[in-house]
Design a protein. Structure first.
Length: 218
């Protein structure tokens, strides 16, 4: 289980601080609107949205400050967090097959700010999060998800345990899924795509002024 906790580190650190118009559609592109802290928390999936998974850390959203910039944008000068308003995370575990996933959201004050941060964060940090122990991760095609996206499937631990990371921009938000498993083939491209799509749908629903309702199997 040690390797499965690796991707939940951000959610753990966040929680241990003590912080407590468009037509409705499943589309992941559409209206771009700056989200409130409450909307960021709603964008993160809860237990009802994650059929087959058990919640490890409840969806939590916080105002972006120095502490959270260091977590969300862990590169020189916390680049990529400029004009970021809120940060959120949630984590889940699955027993069969054994796996964990962490969701992250950064909400910016404008679509341009999110767009400017995209390459900074992907190239500077997140693209390497499935490339442990010198094992190069392979790019994944997610399909038509969000305004822009990237994904890698590789390893999450030093013994070759599988892991995957996705980064997606939906309007004013940057979104991540970070998945880890115990054994080879316990993570596949379809499951990575489904997790990223659900999170993107929920972000778009929030930006459309709707309560996020997308679920993993919905």
């Amino acid at each position: 289980m040690r390797t499965l906790r690796w991707y939940a580190a951000t959610a753990v650190a966040l929680l241990l601080t003590g912080c407590t118009g468009a037509p409705e559609s499943d589309s992941t592109t559409g209206k771009a609107a700056a989200l409130t802290k409450e909307q960021v928390g709603q964008t993160l999936p809860d237990g009802e949205a994650m059929t087959g998974w058990k919640q490890s850390f409840k969806p939590t959203a916080v105002e972006m400050d120095k502490r959270y910039r260091a977590q969300a944008c862990p590169i020189k000068g916390n680049a990529g967090c400029e004009n970021a308003r809120f940060f959120g995370a949630a984590a889940f575990q699955r027993e069969k097959p054994l796996a964990s996933v962490t969701f992250q959201v950064i909400a910016y004050d404008s679509e341009q700010a999110a767009q400017d941060a995209y390459d900074v964060l992907w190239d500077g940090y997140y693209s390497n999060q499935a490339s442990q122990a010198g094992r190069r991760a392979k790019p994944l095609k997610l399909g038509p998800i969000g305004d822009e996206h990237d994904a890698r499937l590789g390893t999450s631990g030093y013994n070759g345990e599988p892991g995957a990371v996705t980064q997606t921009r939906v309007g004013t938000t940057l979104l991540w899924t970070m998945e880890a498993a115990a054994h080879k083939d316990d993570i596949d491209e379809d499951s990575v795509r489904e997790l990223a799509t659900m999170l993107a749908q929920r972000s778009q629903q929030a930006q459309n002024g709707k309560e996020p309702s997308a679920t993993l199997n919905g």
